[in-house]
Design a protein. Structure first.
Length: 490
């Protein structure tokens, strides 16, 4: 492709009445235009500067929660946890190392409630899970420790049962219609990466979950929706009640491994988040509201990007990624007061470390340490996560948090305490938005300049830059990509 035809294709992008075919047929006209000092690449870029500066500079990457591991099972073998200081009865915990696919695999999850739930527990084989520590009060005998686990993944739900009314409901509606799966959707967490600025922002969380239910409790309690704090009952974005905590912005740092040569790996740290947990049970005391349970955590983890030149993820075993958080129980927020999402029991709540005879900060309450691969999280990524990432996905993310929660439903088992933890593992098609040709996390004049350069002289650029210059994803690098680039920034 020569310079003049590239300029003609830029004209095609600026003037939709043209097409690349027409520009090629009008090569001579393009030459005359260039000779007159018309819309050349040199002039095109400054002309677009004002528009690009005003454009949104980043787009979110949707990480689809990975599934298909240990279907129907707990993440760990059962162990007894006694209340401390007591007295009381030991409870059976099956959270294990809190990772699916390790050698510590638990038994089949048996549904405990009445009726038939929408889904069997962990029917998708979730790799993402929520953990919440509870305590069952037994009058006259003391508490019974309990570990609740929710398995996240699979299609999103519309609780009004109607896919054709133009509205999605995240709360039960009158008549209690059967919730329906929304075609083409899956549970996901959305992240924006600012590689140049060293920041990561969590901008979306929408997931379906299942659990074992509870004795004498209706089946709706065994299916849950997990959303960002502030989400409206129809799925809109609203302001959460605790913005000082819930900033959703963390640090993003390139990680070069033990030898200093590792590429495509980024450490995520200090990412605080409030997220909400609601069942589909229509008889719940908070059925009409979102935020029945408020969960909080400062997430950390890893972003791993596929090498676009080799098509492979980096080998991570032995690269010093460390292990998981567990058995940590984060007690840093004990005594702090937070705003509630539902004010049925007051508009604020204080965080406790458990109940008097059952303190959740005691040893043995925070899950077990990872032992596979010597506790190397990199080995877990290599052997369990990477084989489940689709060939067409360019990245995966691992996030974990040990946190606390608030229960607004009046539940005597799970209350306003520490011990609300999470693991999220997902894959994304790309962490680079369409138009982010230089892969710095922003769409701006630098991308426009690089796109023009790749179109003019592709041989001077790496295969990765050439791949990202295919902005519209049609396998070609031509004027249509200029139009797609303009669409991305306007």
């Amino acid at each position: 492709m020569n310079r003049v035809s590239t300029e003609a294709m830029i004209q095609c992008a600026v003037h939709p009445g043209f097409s690349p075919t027409e520009s090629d047929r009008r090569e001579q006209s393009a030459r005359r235009m260039a000779a007159r000092g018309g819309m050349t690449l040199k002039r095109f870029l400054p002309a677009m500067a004002g528009v690009l500066i005003a454009a949104i500079s980043a787009r979110a990457a949707e990480f689809r929660l990975l599934v298909g591991v240990d279907v129907g099972r707990y993440p760990g073998t059962a162990r007894n946890v006694a209340p401390s200081p007591g007295p009381g009865f030991p409870g059976s915990f099956a959270d294990g190392d809190r990772l699916a696919g390790t050698s510590d695999t638990g038994a089949i999850v048996a549904y405990q409630g009445i009726g038939t739930p929408l889904y069997p527990p962990n029917h998708v084989g979730a790799m993402s899970m929520l953990f919440r520590r509870g305590s069952v009060p037994i009058p006259g005998f003391g508490p019974l420790p309990l570990m609740g686990i929710d398995f996240l993944g699979g299609p999103l739900l519309d609780l009004d049962g109607d896919l054709n009314n133009g509205v999605r409901s995240l709360v039960p509606v009158g008549g209690n219609p059967t919730p329906v799966e929304i075609p083409g959707t899956t549970s996901h967490v959305d992240l924006v990466f600012d590689f140049a600025g060293g920041l990561v922002t969590l901008v979306g969380l929408d997931a379906t979950g299942t659990n074992e239910g509870g004795p004498s409790i209706g089946p709706g309690i065994a299916t849950v929706l997990v959303t960002l704090a502030g989400t409206t009952p129809t799925g809109g974005a609203g302001a959460g009640p605790n913005p000082v905590y819930d900033t959703r912005v963390g640090a993003l740092t390139p990680y070069t491994g033990t030898g200093g040569t590792l590429t495509g790996v980024y450490r995520i740290d200090a990412l605080p988040l409030e997220y909400w947990y609601d069942s589909i049970e229509p008889n719940s005391a908070t059925a009409a509201d979102l935020g029945s349970l408020q969960q909080f955590g400062v997430f950390r983890g890893w972003l791993v990007v596929r090498d676009c030149a080799t098509g492979q993820f980096p080998v991570l075993t032995g690269e010093g990624l460390g292990s998981t958080l567990w058995p940590l129980v984060d007690a840093g927020d004990v005594g702090n007061i937070y705003n509630t999402a539902v004010d049925a029991f007051g508009d604020t709540a204080e965080i406790f470390e458990g109940v008097p005879a059952d303190l959740f900060t005691a040893a043995g309450n925070g899950g077990l340490p990872l032992t596979d691969g010597g506790g190397d999280l990199g080995a877990y990524f290599d052997h369990v996560v990477k084989p489940r990432v689709a060939i067409g996905s360019g990245a995966f993310v691992y996030l974990e948090a040990a946190g606390f929660g608030i229960n607004n439903s009046g539940d005597p088992v799970f209350t306003d305490t520490v011990g609300y933890d999470a693991v999220l593992i997902g894959e994304a098609a790309s962490v680079f938005a369409a138009g982010d040709v230089n892969a710095d996390g922003a769409i701006d004049l630098l991308d426009a300049s690089l796109l023009a350069s790749v179109l003019v002289n592709p041989a001077a650029h790496s295969s990765c830059e050439q791949a990202r210059a295919d902005v519209n994803g049609d396998g070609q690098r031509d004027g249509r990509d200029v139009r797609a680039f303009l669409d991305a920034v306007l």
